[in-house]
Design a binder for this molecule. Structure first.
Ligand code: ZN
Length: 308
């Protein structure tokens, strides 16, 4: 073999290797996108929800629909979504998804980023009909508004996956009846209770307080207990004292050190409520969480009644 021929065969060998590697990479990408794996199989309908409250709602509407896969985009991170930064792993979960269900109302600040990366992805906004009602996106905390979110979710899913339309409708009805029960329980709480004033430590409690006829004297968007300085705490104490506030609504997920300090200064009772932004990935998580909230609010109101 002369030197020129040797060089040519080495070059051909390298080219063959490059071509094989290229094919292999294409095959892996294909596998990941499901284009090979799904051949000859029935394609599944992949639903992704933006965060926990939407995931629990979607779980109830989808039920055991055949071939429908549900996953949640963001980790059960303990707090609300506000200003949440998507991770690379979060973004990857949207690969091959058919629809993303969002809470809406500005809760998903990362929506534009998703739409840029996945321009073909269908978006169902659960709050489409509610956004005009105000700036506060914590709609799920009001059973009445939550039911509107369920209806929007059902309509969105049904329009994209017509095969399961009847099932989605039936599941939504069954779940709505459970939410109705929670709503009635909430209404019975306020019967015979004179109006109270409260400081809210997360404006997620706004709708809950509104449902219960509790006047909001001051509302803080507190995401962790280090976000208030001493001046701000003093201002809350002053406002609470001046407004005759006897209730502090604090969040289960956050530390109690600041509310405890304010409670000591003002004599107001602490009512620890769950905003239902994290918890068990179970169908009845919202219903159970709301029932616990009602129990806690009843306990607080009863204590206030005894004080008076
Ligand atoms: Zn929030």
């Amino acid at each position: 073999m002369n030197a020129g021929l040797k060089k040519t065969s080495v070059l051909l060998g390298i080219m063959a290797l490059v071509a094989a590697a290229g094919f292999f990479i294409t095959w892996i990408v294909g596998q990941r996108n499901g284009s090979f794996a799904r051949e000859g199989q029935e394609k599944s309908f992949r639903v992704v929800t933006s965060f926990y409250p939407m995931y629990i709602a979607a779980m109830n509407i989808i039920g055991d629909a055949d071939g429908v896969e549900l996953s949640n985009l963001t980790e059960n991170q303990g707090g609300c979504l506000h200003d949440y930064q998507l991770t690379a792993a979060d973004m990857k979960k949207l690969e091959g998804a058919d629809v993303l269900i969002i809470n809406g109302g500005g809760m998903e600040t990362f929506l534009e980023q998703i739409q840029k990366a996945y321009p073909g992805l269908a978006i169902v906004n659960a709050s489409a009909g509610l956004e005009k009602e105000g700036e506060n996106p914590h709609y799920w905390m009001d059973p009445k508004k939550y039911k509107k979110q369920l209806a929007a979710m059902e309509a969105g899913l049904s329009s994209l996956d017509r095969a399961h339309k009847d099932g989605y409708e039936e599941n939504r009805r069954v779940y709505e009846a459970q939410v109705d029960k929670v709503e009635k329980e909430m209404l019975s709480v306020i019967e015979g209770i004179p109006g109270e004033k409260a400081v809210l430590f997360h404006d997620a409690f706004y709708y809950l307080a509104q449902c219960l006829g509790i006047e909001i004297a001051y509302s803080i968007e507190l995401e962790d207990d280090t976000s208030l300085n001493t001046g701000e705490i003093a201002e809350i104490v002053d406002q609470a004292k001046a407004g005759g506030v006897r209730l502090l609504f604090t969040e289960k997920q956050f530390s109690e050190s600041i509310p405890l300090g304010i409670s000591r200064e003002t004599g107001a009772d602490i009512c620890v409520v769950d905003t239902l932004v994290s918890g068990a990935m179970e169908k009845d998580a919202y219903i159970k969480g709301m029932e616990k909230n009602i129990e806690e609010i009843c306990r607080c109101l009863k204590a206030l009644k005894e004080q008076a």
